[in-house]
Design a protein around this ligand. Structure first.
Ligand code: ZN
Length: 468
C-alpha cells in the first residue's frame, strides 16, 4: 500500500525557507514559525510515519510560552493524519526521548526552542528509536508542500511518564560519600524533574531557578555562555559545594563547575566520564566533536580507548555512536550521550547522575579531577554572526584556500587545522546564523598566532574578522 493511499490532496504548506535545518526545525514565533506550521508538520510527520508502518507518536513540549499552542496544533495535525498521539506533557527533551523507549512508541516529537531566545521555538523529532534529521527533515518539507497528506482518525491519549522517568534516572545512581551539589535549571524545562530527582538523591542539594518560566527571567538557559553560570558559581562558593550543575533550556545539554568555581566544558567533563566507561569497556570507541580539546582525544587514547573525532550536531553524533557501537560520546557544547547503561541519547539529567556516582564512589573531588587534566591554553567556543545564506560558502572558500596551501586539515565538519602551534577550527553552525571558531595551543604566544591565522583566513574569504 502506498503511504499516501487514501490521502486527499490538500492545499500545500510551505515552511519558511530557514526553518528546516540539518537536525531539527527552528524558527522565530510570529516571523518564521507559527501554529499553522506545527499543524502541517503533524500532518507531514503522520504521513511519513504511516509510510514507515508506524502509528503511535509521543508528543512533549518545553516551558516556552508558545509551546502549548504549538503542541496542540501539532497533535491535531498528527491525529488528522491518522497517528495516535501519546501526550507526554511538559518536560525536558530527554524525557520525551525516554517516553519513546518506555512506551515503545513508533516515534516522538518534542516542541522546544532548546537554548534559544524566548521568542524562538521548534521541534526535535525521532522516527522509531532514532533521531529524524537531515534528508528526512527535507522530506517532511516536501510532503507538506505537496499537500499529499495521509488521512485518518487518530486519538490523543494522555501518557504521563514523569514518575517512570525520575525512577529510571535514579536507578543508575550508586551511592558513596555524600556530596554537596548546587543545581541551576535556568527556569528551563528541567525544573520539575530536577526537583523530584534532587529530593531523592543523598547529600545536600541547593536548587536555583527550578520554576519553569518561558521568559527566562533570571538568566538565559545556555550553560556554554559563562555569564549564565555566574549565579551557579557564586552559590557553589557560598555553600562550599563540590559541584555545580546547570542545564540548557530543554535539558539535553549540561554545564558543570567545580568547587573552586571553575567552569568545566563538555570536553573536560568527558575526560572524567570516559575514564569510568573505559574501565568497563576496554578499547571501546569514544566519540567527541571537532570542537573538543586535543587533551580529550589524547586522554581517551591514554586510557586505552579509541578516540574518534566527529561532526558537531546531536542527531549526527547519536547516529554515529550507534553505528560504531560507542558506549559514550560528547560535545564541547555539553551534549553528552550514554549507550553504556542508557539509550544512546543526550540526557543531561542522566549525565548528572552518572557524574555524581563517579564522585560519590571515589575519593577524588571534582576539583581534584580538574587539577589532573593536561594544561591547555585555548579559546572558548567563539561565535560570531554570519547570515545563514552565506555561512557555508565562507567555510568552502576557507577550505579551498587551505587545500591550495597544503595545510593539514580535517574537514569532517568545517575545517580543523593542525599546525606546529596547535590547532584551530572554523565551522558553520547548523542551528544559528553564526560561524564558530576555536583554537588551542600549549602557550599564549602560540595561541595568539593561531587566532591570527583564523582572522587572516576569514578576511581572505571576505568576512570581517571579529575581535578575539
Ligand atoms: Zn537543548
Amino acid at each position: 500500500m502506498s503511504p499516501r493511499a487514501g490521502g486527499k490532496r490538500a492545499p500545500g504548506h510551505a515552511f519558511h525557507p530557514t526553518v528546516l535545518r540539518e537536525y531539527d526545525i527552528r524558527g522565530i514565533i510570529g516571523q518564521t514559525l507559527s501554529a499553522a506550521d506545527a499543524h502541517a508538520l503533524g500532518r507531514a510527520y503522520a504521513t511519513l510515519l504511516r509510510g514507515a508502518g508506524g502509528r503511535r507518536v509521543c508528543l512533549g513540549f518545553d516551558g516556552r510560552l508558545s509551546s502549548p499552542e504549538l503542541a496542540e496544533a501539532l497533535g491535531e495535525g498528527l491525529r488528522t493524519g491518522g497517528s495516535d498521539v501519546l501526550w507526554i506533557g511538559r518536560g525536558p527533551t530527554p524525557m520525551l526521548y525516554f517516553a519513546v523507549h518506555h512506551l515503545n512508541a513508533d516515534g516522538g516529537i518534542q516542541v522546544t526552542g532548546s537554548h534559544n531566545p524566548p521568542d524562538h521555538n521548534g521541534f526535535k523529532m525521532m522516527l522509531g528509536k532514532t533521531s529524524l534529521y537531515g534528508a528526512r527533515i527535507q522530506e517532511l518539507g516536501r510532503i507538506a508542500a505537496s499537500g499529499e497528506f495521509a488521512t485518518g482518525a487518530g486519538r490523543i491519549i494522555d501518557s504521563p511518564v514523569f514518575d517512570a522517568y525520575v525512577e529510571r534516572l535514579l536507578s543508575d545512581f550508586r551511592g558513596g560519600r555524600e556530596l554537596r551539589v548546587v543545581w541551576d535549571a535556568g527556569n528551563g524545562a528541567t525544573g520539575e524533574v530536577l526537583a523530584a530527582l534532587a529530593a531523592r538523591l543523598p547529600g545536600r542539594h541547593v536548587l536555583l531557578y527550578a520554576e519553569i518560566d518561558g521568559r527566562f527571567p533570571n538568566h538565559h538557559p545556555d550553560p556554554t555562555v559563562p555569564e549564565n553560570l555566574v549565579d551557579l558559581i557564586r552559590t557553589v562558593q557560598a555553600e562550599g559545594a563540590e559541584v555545580g550543575i546547570a542545564f540548557d533550556g530543554d535539558g539535553d545539554r549540561i554545564g558543570v563547575v567545580d568547587g573552586q568555581g571553575r567552569i568545566m566544558f563538555g570536553d573536560q567533563l568527558m575526560q572524567i566520564l570516559a575514564a569510568d566507561v573505559l574501565a568497563r569497556h576496554p578499547g571501546a570507541p569514544i566519540l567527541a566533536d571537532v570542537k573538543a580539546s586535543q587533551a580529550l582525544f589524547d586522554e581517551i587514547g591514554r586510557l586505552g580507548g579509541k578516540p574518534v573525532m566527529y561532526k558537531t550536531g546531536h542527531s549526527l553524533m547519536k547516529a554515529a555512536m550507534a553505528e560504531m557501537g560507542a558506549p559514550l560520546a560528547g560535545e564541547m557544547s555539553g551534549h553528552i550521550f550514554y549507550s553504556d547503561g542508557f539509550y544512546g541519547h543526550d540526557d543531561a539529567l542522566y549525565v548528572a547522575v552518572r557524574l555524581l556516582t563517579i564522585l560519590a564512589r571515589g575519593e577524588r573531588t571534582l576539583a581534584g579531577w580538574r587539577d589532573r587534566m593536561a594544561p591547555m591554553v585555548n579559546t572558548p567556543e567563539l561565535r560570531f554572526d554570519c547570515p545563514d545564506e552565506t555561512k557555508f560558502g565562507v567555510i568552502e572558500r576557507v577550505k579551498a584556500r587551505l587545500e591550495a596551501e597544503g595545510a593539514e586539515v580535517n574537514a569532517i565538519d568545517g575545517v580543523r587545522v593542525m599546525t606546529a602551534d596547535g590547532w584551530w577550527l572554523l565551522r558553520a553552525s547548523n542551528t544559528q546564523a553564526v560561524l564558530v571558531a576555536r583554537a588551542e595551543a600549549t602557550d599564549d604566544a602560540a595561541l595568539a598566532r593561531l587566532k591570527q591565522q583564523i582572522a587572516a583566513n576569514l578576511a581572505a574569504a571576505g568576512v570581517t574578522p571579529p575581535a578575539f
